[in-house]
Design a protein around this ligand. Sequence first.
Ligand code: F6P
Length: 761
Amino acid sequence: MKSLGFRLIVALIVGITVVSTLSSWYGVQREKDELRLDLEHKAETFSEGLTGNAEPLLLNGDRDSMTRLVEQFGNRGQLLGLAIVDPNGAPVAVTRSIASYLRPAGAQLQAALHANKTISAYTRIRFRRVYLVVAPLHRADKSVAGAMMLVYDTGFIRAATLRVWGLALIHFGFQVLIIAGITVLIVRWSLMRPIARAARWMHALRLGGDETAPPMRDLDFLAPLANEVAPLIASVHEARAAAAAEARLRNAKEQIWTAQRLADNVKTKLAGSHLYVVSNREPYIHSRGPQGITVSVPASGLVTAIEPILCACNGTWVAHGSGSADRLTVDAHDRLPVPPQEPRYTLRRVWLTGEEEQGYYYGFANEGLWPLCHIAHTRPTFRAADWEQYMRVNEKFADALVEEIGDDAHPVVLIQDYHFALLPRLLKERLPHARVAIFWHIPWPNPESFDICPWQRELVEGLLGADLIGFHVQAHCNNFLDTVDRALEARVDWERFSVKRNDHWSAVRPIPISVDIPLDDHAVEDNRSEDYRRLLKQEWNFEASWLAVGVDRMDYTKGILERFLAVESLLDNHAQYVGEFTLIQIGAPTRSTIPRYAELQMELEREAERINVRFRRGNWRPILLVQEQQEHSQLLRFYRAAHVCLVTSLHDGMNLVAKEFVAARRDERGVLLLSRFTGAARELRDAILVNPYDTYSTGEAIAQALGMESAEMTDRMRRMRHWIKEHNIYWWASSLLSALCDLRIEPGVEAKPSQIEKLVP
Ligand code: F6P
């Protein structure tokens, strides 16, 4: 930094020197020109007057008068002296002080006499700078009778220019001092101090402290550097936290899964194989907006679960490119490295036409399979045209996967969800050596219900192409095996939970998905819950002493309407909560081009309004319906503020909101009210379980939750948190991968029972 300051100062001094020298030189020239002009003007006027006096004296040969004249005028101001000469240049009368100048000035005298005109010149005579004026003296006929020479001392001009140079030098000195001083201050305050602060900050972060970041204005010129350093530090922190957690866990002899442990496990399990994940929703969506291209991560537990696996083994994720700027961000092979900040794996995008998306996603997957698998009394719609698109898109994804896998000898493929029932078979037919699993994230209904699907055989046949088929709970595995039994010619092995079809075995396993729960979140004994409530009430401008929260996509399977009716029942039967209890319902808009979803949205708005109008008092209302997607970090505020979280799905594969709520309650408070028709109800036994169709009982369960003793609440929450810590998202990902990698998949050889059965609740 010192040498930077020194270099800056030297550069500035050189610059100032050049500028000052040029401007001083220009000033000196101007001063010199003005003084000379003035002198020349004076000399001209004076010589004109004097020649008029000298001419008659010369013509009369009056030497005495001429001598008096030259002595009288010869010593005025800068005039050093005068001389009068005859036509040959011989002196007639000369001021004594310049007598010796006549010979050196001979050339000018002769020039004026010969040319018969006034000659002037700046010259140097006897080491003196002088200005000579030689004016011819005339007879009456204008012929030359002689000349008069005036000699001026010009030393004063030089003295004046030296003075100007001197002043310029003094200015220059001051400028250098001031500028060097300012430079030193700027370097210290604006460069060295912010850099020193930033360095202290990074140092503290590196050592694991929590020093607050320097103000942004400090960092703005370091922004490019800061942008690189911030993720680096975040990674260091993550790595350190993971290592610390691992160490803690080792000490505690616990078997808790972390992202790091998952990554290590993945490497061991894959043993060099390449991993491919397929899902409809992509992990990073690029969109065009007023700020240019932005990237977002969809609110889905899947990204949290799958990403660490892919990062650990530099895998490939194949998904539908649905963002408006997705095509602008891929290479010629429709691939891009992700995560954008720190690429660790490849995202391969598959493009769908509007017609394909409509038929495959909105139509067959979400108007057909979704209501078919969720028994929630919305009639499935099966259209042959949608089925066509579903088949076409499954084939499109199979093509993309085959292209990505290329000649990979040991590919491991994890397919996600009901959008890709046909993909396992399509893939296995083309790449029999691939190890393939599909995880079905929604329920599997009983065989009678599934039977209404016109293409049930094709769907089951497609799924049985997989080596492993995963569901959240055992009941869905059982339903699936029953369906296989009914729909196809296949051998179902109930002991090993496997199906043999055409010499190929598929293992069927329950592996309940979960959430990420920070491990160092020990019980926090503070009043943060109260603080969160106060802030939310301010933000949404309502009054309430008791707060419940519901967080859902606005889907008819989530039992939101039933929840509203349960709130109405609570208020009808427990008057003490009128004016005191509010349910904040976060409803993220979803699949809104499907008529049933649009209807549901209107129905929910109408019902919330009806109940609000019925009970409203001043600034209090029983239901606050917030129809927007909230980031996970924003949702935490609602979870932490709530006395009770209402999860009243009519049917749900798992329901991660229930687990997210528990994971968010590091204060070990709050009550979870959970529909017994969710997969989560099989694990979270300490929730208050409800039948959402029974709105009276659900209302009573809310009253029970609000009245629960503090000790009981904490006991229940602690047990649920303990469960989730042991069965977190990394446990799920590792269980799924282990179950797949532990299978023997040679054709004709029976699959080994997986280790996973031990782990399943
Ligand atoms: O529950 C099944 C699921 O596919 C989840 O994985 C996902 O979060 C949700 O449904 C909504 O999915 P999408 O908005 O992609 O239709």
